[in-house]
Design a protein around this ligand. Structure first.
Ligand code: C5P
Length: 408
């Protein structure tokens, strides 16, 4: 399910101090199963040696359009035609300007110009000082280079090597890899608005105590990431978890089940798919104390009374847009036994077309999981795999059902 497996990437380095991140990027791409051909401009060699990049990529680095290793002496043609994508990281302000002008006086810009534009995508990870980034000339060039078919991966904001702070930092290697994974993912959910709940909820007892559960949020975050990579607009309503927001995903942080319910109900009118992975607390303390409940030395323990939380999934599934099929609802069931019977019963009770069962103790906090998909046609097992791989499979299953394909 790894989109980079078997891909051939031409990794171009132009001059920039961020070139040190390209060494890690090269390693990550190779670890993900891609082959990497590095091409460096003369300025790039001021920051990183070709020796390092050769050692990491396992291939001699190309530095010149006059490289005689190619039998036809046309490295710009051969390298660009072999590539599944050309990634320029770091992409300097000067290199962007060169692309805009269609310059061809050194190998890297030459091979970008020579690439078959319909077949070989060009992705740019800019890196420069914040003033250079903000300059009208750079911004004009960025618009033009995108109009000419390149994809700009964006920049980060933060401390810069020059000592200034602002926009223009190159994305981290992991972020560029994630962008490439997204780029190559089939766009099965293009045009869909996906709303996902994830993580536990926290039900306050007093200002410092509360009731929560062991849900890590990993499955829901992986689903949000996979749906976004599949081309959907994704809103992730997350309970209290310490997970980074997947790229391209809009995140709304909530704490209690009631907060999660309110956020979901506000977002639901715009959604076309709702995936409820959150482990929502079924009950909350009836009255959260305004101040910390103190031990008074008498040995008396506090008596907690509970009230039931709203069932978010059932509430959404009852909305007229869900009943009419305009909003496709997917529920999760964490069970400890009788997965199929319990998941099917839950599907009927909550009136959702698709219910995904998993064994609670075997998934909470883990990096992998196994899923059982239950719909009106039957059930299908997705065997144990990483939560990322399962999330991609679930996205495929949902996309197939939206197209009216066969059920489970
Ligand atoms: O009833 P149970 O909690 O087992 O149902 C699990 C499914 O319902 C999950 O999809 C969960 O996100 C959702 N749910 C919800 N609101 C609740 C309880 C569960 O959305 N209050």
């Amino acid at each position: 399910m790894n989109q980079l497996s078997g891909k051939h990437i031409v990794l171009g380095l132009s001059g920039g101090v961020a070139a040190f991140k390209s060494a890690e990027l090269c390693r990550r791409l190779i670890k993900a199963g891609a082959t990497v051909q590095v091409v460096m401009t003369e300025s790039a060699q001021q920051f990183m040696t070709p020796v390092t990049m050769q050692a990491l990529s396992g291939r001699p680095v190309y530095l010149s359009q006059w490289d005689t290793r190619e039998p036809n002496n046309m490295p710009h043609i051969n390298l660009s035609r072999e590539a599944d994508a050309i990634v320029i990281a770091p992409c300097s302000a000067d290199f962007i300007a060169r692309l805009v002008q269609g310059r061809a006086d050194e190998l890297l810009s030459l091979l970008c110009l020579a690439r078959p534009i319909e077949r070989v995508p060009l992705l740019l990870a800019p890196a420069m000082n914040r003033e250079m980034w903000a300059h009208p000339a750079t911004q004009r060039n960025l618009r033009q280079v995108q109009a000419d078919g390149a994809q700009v991966l964006g920049v980060a904001n933060g401390d810069q090597a020059c000592g200034e702070t602002g926009d223009g930092r190159m994305l981290e290697a992991a972020e560029i890899e994630e962008e490439l994974q997204r780029f190559f993912a089939p766009k099965l959910l293009r045009g869909q608005q996906v709303l996902v709940t994830a993580g536990p909820t926290f039900e306050a007892i007093d200002p410092v105590r509360g009731i929560t559960n062991l849900s890590s949020g990993k499955m829901g975050f992986a689903i949000a990431q996979a749906a976004s990579a599949a081309g959907a607009e994704v809103t992730l309503v997350a309970g209290p978890v310490h997970l980074p927001t997947p790229r391209g995903v809009r995140r709304i942080n909530v704490r209690s089940a009631q907060d999660m319910h309110d956020a979901v109900m506000q977002q639901a009118p715009a959604a076309t798919i709702f995936i409820a992975t959150a482990a929502v607390a079924d009950w909350r303390p009836a009255n959260a104390a305004e101040h910390k409940i103190k031990k008074d030395g008498s040995g008396q323990v506090p008596q907690l009374a509970f009230v039931e939380n709203p069932d978010i999934l059932a509430g959404v599934a009852r909305l007229p847009r869900a009943q009419s099929g305009e909003l496709y609802c997917v529920g999760f069931a964490a069970e400890s036994q009788d997965l199929l019977a319990n998941a099917d019963a839950k599907r009927r009770r909550k009136q959702v077309p698709l219910l995904v069962g998993n064994i609670g103790p075997a998934t909470f906090g883990q990096d992998d999981n196994a899923l059982l998909l239950v719909d009106e046609h039957g059930h299908r097992e997705l065997p144990r795999a990483s939560k990322q791989a399962l999330a991609q499979q679930l996205v495929q299953e949902i996309a197939a059902r939206l197209k009216g394909g066969a059920g489970a």
